[in-house]
Design a protein around this ligand. Sequence first.
Ligand SMILES: C[S@@+](CC[C@H](N)C(=O)[O-])C[C@H]1O[C@@H](n2cnc3c(N)ncnc32)[C@H](O)[C@@H]1O
Length: 188
Amino acid sequence: MCKMLNAAAADRNKDPILAVLKSRVTSDRHLMALEISSGTGQHVIHFAKAFPNITWQPSEFEAQSLSSIEAYRQYHRLQNVKPPIYLDVSQSWETWGGFQAESCDLVVNINMMHISPLSCTMGLFHAVGKILKRQGLLLTYGPYAFKGSITPQSNVDFDQSLRYRLVIKQITGKRATSALPQSGVDPR
Ligand SMILES: C[S@@+](CC[C@H](N)C(=O)[O-])C[C@H]1O[C@@H](n2cnc3c(N)ncnc32)[C@H](O)[C@@H]1O
């Protein structure tokens, strides 16, 4: 039995993201959307209810998330949400479940870039240049810096903790402690 997972952040940000979608995406003709790294599946269900004119293709990299998306899909029984596909965004778009060039009107990617290897961001931008139609839209959401500055303070702290985790991952044991000051990371 698949389990519907719940991410508190997805519940908090789904309406602000939907508001942006509503301001940019038409509701009066059929469109095709791909969500990359759908996570639990909360977003795709929320967006699919608001945009019945869009066929949504959720996707994920982790087995547990794929299973959760499918659980949400079965629970909500929405005709416009396809079964989730396995998609590793760091791999070539030609391996993405048979997507054709210029086949998508919309690609959505929420809270992935800051938490995954750089190859994922590179893969995302390379692929959307291929699979989006000419007037297509890429919507991403995340704790981004604007003109080099990060706000609010909670995102500054989050950025520090991500950098700290990255350094810890890259260097182990005794060397980790001695290398931290040189990395510019405050280990608190
Ligand atoms: C913080 S979660 C965000 C999930 C969801 N979009 C949300 O906002 O709730 C980051 C997601 O990135 C996905 N991810 C990490 N590496 C990936 C990869 N190589 N390809 C596709 N997704 C990946 C993870 O499986 C995870 O679901």
